[in-house]
Design a protein. Structure first.
Length: 352
């Protein structure tokens, strides 16, 4: 990729021009799927580069850049939850959890942790004090920072309170409000921008995304998530899902479950969450956020659904979202969720 996304040009100039060298901790925050992690990596790479270009981006040619690209730079350290390392082959891309889950994951042994643990933060000591080039800058990237559990956050706070010299911490957070206030206050905070619709659309078209507008709407205007919608049959699977649940009076939950249960379960729950969000939103405000193409269907469904039941079901999906990370039986879980949906939308279907 380019060193940063088109919508990040201004903020790159600001940060790379002045801020970084005056602080020992940066907090890059903003919506998921807008390229924060890539931005942070590019920033780190440029700070370590030995032949920085006139635009202050990494040259891509020097030994430092080569090490960085191979994931082997001795002065760069990435802390990310185990689960993200596994699902992304090490890089931890922001959108990776949506499309590359191994269908067999969960079959063998312990599930990888979704949290950043205290052991991971403690391991920094070796990096800070004993490894790398002692005199050069060291960069520590923590992503997503809100994944630190309590103990890990407190351990990091100690390091931020007495920052080692020549070390830059870059924290990346989708939900910075979940971080300890004391951590936030010790960081220079920068909100990365969300691209406007035209910029995002142009960029998606350049990436070869076929249904740019639809993908963008589904992703809630986060372009990197929109790209994930375009990957590996993801779009067609999602389209099939929406087609089916658009017909709650007749679709077959068993056969839909059979088609879906090997996909990433939390993702399917989020499909249903977005769908129900649109039903609720259309009922209360007449507005649709994600499924702009399905207005006629949504209008029809909302006309007959019981809004109270729908609201309860929608709220319960939040719990389903949490449970979907550790289901005892993915198939059963999905089937139950779809049956509940049918019961809400068409109570008479299972009345007898
Ligand atoms: Zn370089």
């Amino acid at each position: 990729m380019a060193e940063f996304y088109p919508w990040q040009y201004t903020v790159w100039q600001q940060i790379r021009g002045t801020v970084v060298l005056k602080t020992h901790a940066l907090l890059l925050k903003g919506r998921k799927g807008i390229g924060k992690l890539d931005f942070a990596r590019s920033l780190a790479k440029s700070l370590l580069c030995k032949q920085i270009t006139a635009e202050r981006v990494a040259c891509g040619m020097c030994a430092s850049c080569k090490w960085f690209e191979q994931g082997a730079h001795p002065n760069f350290y990435l802390i990310t939850p185990e689960a993200l390392i596994e699902s992304s082959g090490g890089a931890g891309s922001e959108s990776s959890t949506t499309d590359k889950q191994d269908a067999d994951s969960g079959k063998s042994g312990k599930k990888p942790s979704q949290h950043i643990t205290i052991e991971q933060v403690r391991a920094l000591n070796d990096f800070v004090y004993f490894s790398g080039h002692q005199d050069g800058l060291k960069v520590i990237l923590i992503h997503p920072a809100e994944a630190m559990n309590g103990a890990a956050a407190n351990a990091l706070l100690k390091k931020l309170e007495e920052p080692p010299s020549n070390v830059l911490f870059i924290l990346v957070a989708h939900h910075s409000q979940d971080l300890l206030p004391t951590i936030r206050s010790r960081c220079q905070q920068i909100t990365l921008p969300i691209p406007d619709a035209a910029t995002a659309r142009n960029w998606l078209v350049q990436q070869g995304v076929e249904h740019a507008d639809i993908c963008l709407a589904l992703a809630g205007a986060s372009p990197l998530q929109a790209v994930a919608f375009n990957h590996d049959d993801y779009f067609s699977q999602h389209a099939d899902f929406i087609r089916q649940i658009s017909l709650p009076a007749s679709f077959d939950p068993i056969s839909l479950t059979n088609r879906l249960h090997k996909l990433d379960l939390p993702e399917i729950v989020s499909w249903l969450q977005k769908w129900c969000y649109d039903l609720m939103s259309f009922y209360t405000t007449g507005k649709i956020r994600y499924h702009v193409q399905q207005e006629t269907t949504i209008r029809k469904l909302v006309a007959t659904a019981d809004p109270k039941l729908l609201a309860i079901f929608w709220r319960n999906l939040i719990t389903s979202q949490q449970l979907s990370r550790h289901p005892l039986n993915a198939k059963l879980f999905l089937e139950e969720m779809l049956l509940s949906y049918i019961r809400v939308m068409v109570p008479e279907r299972y009345a007898d």
